[in-house]
Design a binder for this molecule. Structure first.
Ligand code: GLU
Length: 312
């Protein structure tokens, strides 16, 4: 039988030695300061055993990975009404594209591109003050990860607020189509701050366990979402979780996954494991380069691709 801990250690050692690390995101100035040499990986299996290697406990900016959790929260709050605001199709466009929005009357393609996530954030915000909405999101992550120390990195949030002209444009554009209900500043404030939540691979892999186990946290036995909802969130992660690199990720890795420009990826092997990987260097689509390579190796060696194994 393949020993998971050995596989995780071997992958981390191989990644540490690689020179093709991609480029750290620099459009958010605070993210440009991160060391491109970092690499962390945590796999939590169905029994709850944690397999960790590298910088597994270093908090990093989860950025767009937060969108999986805001989608989960928003679906819990407004149910399928959410799909009147946001589509469920892959965009085939960069994460911050504005072109498609015009053609589609301000309705974002899916909840994981920036426009879609801003629209989802707006739904969570409705009826609350921005501070309350952000607190709700942060507490949800602390609950899922069973760790109260998870925090919002204010410096990253401020940095993005100062330079987030694209997102400001997207939000204003959607507002003109009444896809955003709240003041644009409020919605964006909550969005920038949840993207700036800092978590380690260990915390992230723990938080993602409900997606790997039909909506239930197997430790507590508590249900986070219904099995149907977990399956659907996973489907969206597979088809939309890596922007215009989603097809390539499905082709190479074959697991539902969500990336963030902080270099993290949360991936799910349904019924088997929740996985978090972090390497800050990005590829041309804004997805972690070595994070994807590491997940490809893991899925192949463990035979975890949802599309089948390589065995004859
Ligand atoms: N906060 C980032 C942005 O809105 C998230 C992008 C990402 O992680 O892909 O540009």
């Amino acid at each position: 039988m393949t020993d998971l801990q050995t596989v995780v250690r071997e992958i981390a050692a191989e990644m540490a030695a690689r020179h093709d690390r991609g480029a750290v995101a620099n459009y958010i100035p605070e993210l440009a300061r991160v060391d491109a040499g970092s690499f962390g990986m945590v796999v939590i299996d169905a029994e709850g055993k944690v397999h960790a290697a590298g910088d597994a406990d270093t908090p990093f900016s989860i950025q767009s990975i937060s969108k999986v959790f805001t989608l989960t929260l928003a679906l819990g709050m407004v149910g399928d009404r959410l799909w009147r605001r946001v589509g469920r199709e892959p965009s085939g466009n960069p994460f911050n594209s504005i072109v498609q929005l015009e053609r589609e009357c301000g309705v974002p393609r899916n909840p994981f591109i920036n426009a879609g996530a801003i629209a989802v954030t707006d739904l969570i915000l409705s009826g609350h003050q921005p501070r309350e909405a952000l607190g709700e999101i942060l507490r949800f992550l602390q609950f899922l990860a069973r760790d109260q120390t998870i925090y919002v990195d204010r410096a990253v949030a401020e940095s993005e607020k100062r330079t987030g002209f694209r997102n400001i444009a997207l939000a204003n554009y959607m507002k003109s189509f009444s896809v955003i209900d709240n003041p644009v500043d409020f919605t964006l404030g909550v969005y920038f701050h949840h993207c700036a939540i800092a978590m380690s691979c260990r915390q992230l892999a723990t938080a993602g366990r409900y997606l790997a186990h039909a909506g239930r946290n197997p430790d507590s036995g508590l249900s986070v979402v219904s099995p149907e909802r977990a399956r659907r969130i996973n489907a969206l992660m597979l088809t939309c979780g890596h922007y215009d690199g989603s097809g390539e990720f499905a082709y190479r890795v074959g697991l539902p996954g969500k990336s963030g420009v902080g270099g993290g990826i949360l991936a799910v092997a349904p019924g088997k494991a929740s996985i978090a990987v972090w390497s800050p260097g990005l590829d041309a689509n804004g997805n972690s380069h070595l994070g994807r390579v590491a997940l490809e190796m893991l899925a192949k060696r463990m035979g975890w691709s949802i599309f089948g194994t390589d065995d004859a």
